[in-house]
Design a protein around this ligand. Structure first.
Ligand SMILES: [Zn+2]
Length: 245
């Protein structure tokens, strides 16, 4: 199982909450913030019988901390980027540039540096970005890094643009996390998409694991609409195994 772990925290809890969507605030454990438990989990990589592939959540990393070597040494195996330079409907009031008070060009430099270094470690990247707004930036990363597994979660917020990316870049993957209500309203088109791109779709790579019932609902949705076992095996496991060699 891949787990996204915030390995680097801001100086106080309030600032931490600023970059977490409000719907998750109730399920956060302050101990992870205060005792650095996220970092310890990443080093353990084994929770009972579960093997964890830890992805570093880079949302709180600023320019002066952006050398990721210490995370590589600690055992992280991937990078998660929340690409939200400006205000966003999901995150509400704040964009990253305002939060960190940095210019567009410096924000982009910071992201580029982390992306480059992650790829140099051989890490796959989960890159949360709205392709309708930031498609050009994502395209550039994919073009300059052929062969490096790159996951754009939530169907990139546009199935149409996501399809173009999947057709053009064979190292690009996607997932349908956070999309359950949209899928339930329009199962035919979503299932069509999943079946068409069955070699590139993942089951929830950018999902929140604190609600097992919700994960069960996703599972129920795909299993009730997709009868073919081979397709389910791909999206549930084979595609991940390809990404992680
Ligand atoms: Zn996301």
């Amino acid at each position: 199982m891949a787990g996204i772990i915030i390995g680097h925290f801001p100086c106080n809890w309030e600032r931490f909450l600023d970059l977490i969507p409000p719907q998750y605030h109730g399920s956060l454990d302050k101990r992870f913030f205060e005792e650095g438990l996220g970092f310890q989990v990443s080093i353990a990589q084994q929770l009972d019988a579960l093997k964890v592939i830890p992805y570093l959540d880079g949302r709180f990393i600023e320019a002066q901390d952006s050398d990721l070597s210490r995370f590589y040494q600690a055992g992280f195996k991937g990078l998660k980027v929340l690409y939200i330079p400006d205000e966003d409907s999901e995150f509400g009031r704040i964009g990253w540039r305002k939060f960190y008070r940095i210019s567009k060009i410096n924000y982009q430099r910071l992201i580029n540096r982390m992306v480059e270094q992650a790829f140099s470690f051989g890490w796959p990247i989960i890159f949360h970005a709205d392709l309708r707004r930031y498609g050009d930036i994502v395209k550039e990363i994919l073009q300059t890094n052929p062969g490096c597994p790159f996951i754009v979660p939530h169907f990139g917020f546009s199935r149409k643009i996501m399809a173009e990316f999947l057709e053009r870049f064979d190292h690009c993957y996607t997932d349908f996390s956070s999309l359950l209500s949209f899928m339930q309203n329009n199962p035919r088109d979503y299932i069509d998409f999943i079946v068409t791109y069955q070699d590139r779709v993942l089951f929830g790579s950018d999902a929140f694991l604190g609600q097992p019932d919700l994960t069960a609902d996703y599972l129920k949705f795909v299993t009730s609409f997709i009868g073919e076992e081979s397709i389910l095996t791909k999206i549930m496991s084979e595609n991940y195994l390809r990404i992680h060699g």
